[in-house]
Design a protein around this ligand. Structure first.
Ligand code: HEC
Ligand code: HEC
Length: 341
């Protein structure tokens, strides 16, 4: 009798397994080449918490994906607008729309699959199959571990839906040809060794998009020799400001110690000097001391760049980055490795 029961149990398991295999086969056949339902992330409490930590802190998703109150320090979303999307008119890019990614079914991401969200975040393919403009930091988020990605998606799905109809991005012709090519992620992405502060810091700096804002650009491309060297200009409702040199050079933040760094990212103030709200300190402040210290440890290892940028001074032409910023005229082209251009 006992053996009979066992056999029935086994048969049951086989049927369930076959069902899973068939349904996976079915869903991957259904829409060849497009995102399917194959990926789906279970909303565990641990993912919800980790997701909130990344989205509301390090990755500052809602500084871009919401109408933001720039007048108040910390650049938080306006009341009831969190994740509801925005048009980048005030930043002079009226063609660019950060979409509504709140769970509203009609106007947001409520009907998108986990796989569609995953592909948008790490590969830069929108839910409609469109190649996304890389201001959406998918080139950095490629490094996001599978578990962090699952957590981000679980959290974004948990917030209040915002009803907000927005147009779609219309890329200017000059931009169209310069989008990074789509490279699908086909292997598992593991996170860093969290016990190694420098590896951990590098991962955090990547997801926090520090390099994207802190490296000057030439014809829309970052000048890699000046990585983290500052000078990129941001003009908008937060005012006009250039990013700072955060390399360990004397013209950068060599004078910082760990305590000053943590305090700066928590308060948005360097001593009495207040930082512009475009620097996402209102989000970074939510990070743990250990993570902020790991970021500092990693920044200490990047190549020092000699490049003075001072937002308290009148903007002058800078021969090093080619832009205009405070103390631009105090820089000399021969001081960095850029002179072999
Ligand atoms: C620096 C600004 C910025 C940050 C930070 C940012 N995004 Fe985006 N995101 C954008 C813009 C702009 C677009 C639209 C690009 C386009 O239309 O070509 C976009 C597009 C998307 C899309 C694609 C929507 C679709 O149509 O399928 C998703 C999903 C998304 N972002 C989620 C996130 C999440 C989650 C985070 C944080 C982990 C995040 N974004 C952080 C600016 C940003
Ligand atoms: C959206 C663009 C943006 C991002 C992302 C960003 N920053 Fe900044 N950051 C700025 C700008 C602009 C300033 C200059 C603000 C000012 O002087 O008012 C700045 C200033 C700073 C300063 C102050 C330097 C000083 O003493 O003047 C530090 C430190 C800093 N950023 C670190 C970071 C780190 C670390 C990250 C990533 C975790 C990061 N930033 C991400 C734009 C950004």
């Amino acid at each position: 009798m006992e053996r009979h029961k066992q056999a029935i149990k086994l048969l049951f398991i086989v049927i369930v397994l076959a069902g899973i295999v068939i349904s996976i086969g079915y869903s991957s056949r259904r829409k060849p080449g497009t995102a399917t339902n194959r990926l789906s992330f279970a909303p565990t409490a641990a993912r919800l918490e980790r997701g909130r930590y990344i989205v509301e802190g390090l990755a500052h998703c809602f500084q871009c994906h919401s109408e933001v109150d720039w007048q108040n320090p910390g650049a938080q979303p306006k009341q009831g607008r969190k994740a509801g999307g925005t048009i980048f008119v005030e930043a002079g890019m009226q063609w660019l729309v950060a979409p509504n990614i709140s769970p509203d079914v009609e106007t947001g991401a409520g009907s998108w699959t986990d796989e569609q969200l995953a592909r948008a975040i790490r590969e830069g393919i929108g839910h409609d199959g469109r190649r996304l403009f890389p201001m959406m930091p998918y080139m950095n988020f490629r490094q996001m571990s599978d578990e962090d990605l699952a957590s981000v998606i679980v959290y974004v799905r948990s917030i209040a839906p915002v009803r907000n109809v927005l147009p779609k991005t219309v890329l200017p012709d000059v931009v169209k040809g310069s989008l990074p090519p789509h490279e699908p992620i086909t292997a598992a992405v593991a996170g860093p060794d969290m016990s190694d502060p420098i590896a951990r810091g590098k991962y955090l700096v990547t997801l926090g998009n520090c390099m994207m804002c802190h490296t000057p650009m030439k014809q829309g491309q970052p000048i890699t020799q000046l990585a983290f060297g500052g000078g990129l200009k941001f003009t908008g409702p937060w005012g006009e400001v250039n990013s700072a040199n955060i390399t360990p050079d004397a013209s950068g933040i060599s004078y910082y110690d760990e305590a000053l760094f943590v305090k700066t990212l928590r308060t948005g103030q360097v001593g009495a000097r207040k930082l512009s709200s475009i620097m996402p300190w209102g989000y970074f402040r939510n990070m743990t001391d250990d993570d902020l210290k790991a970021i500092f440890a990693y920044l200490r290892t990047v190549t020092p760049v000699q490049h003075r940028v001072d937002n308290t001074e009148v903007a002058t032409a800078c021969p090093v980055c080619g832009g205009r910023h405070g103390y631009g005229d105090k820089n000399h082209h021969d001081k960095n490795a850029t002179d072999d251009e």
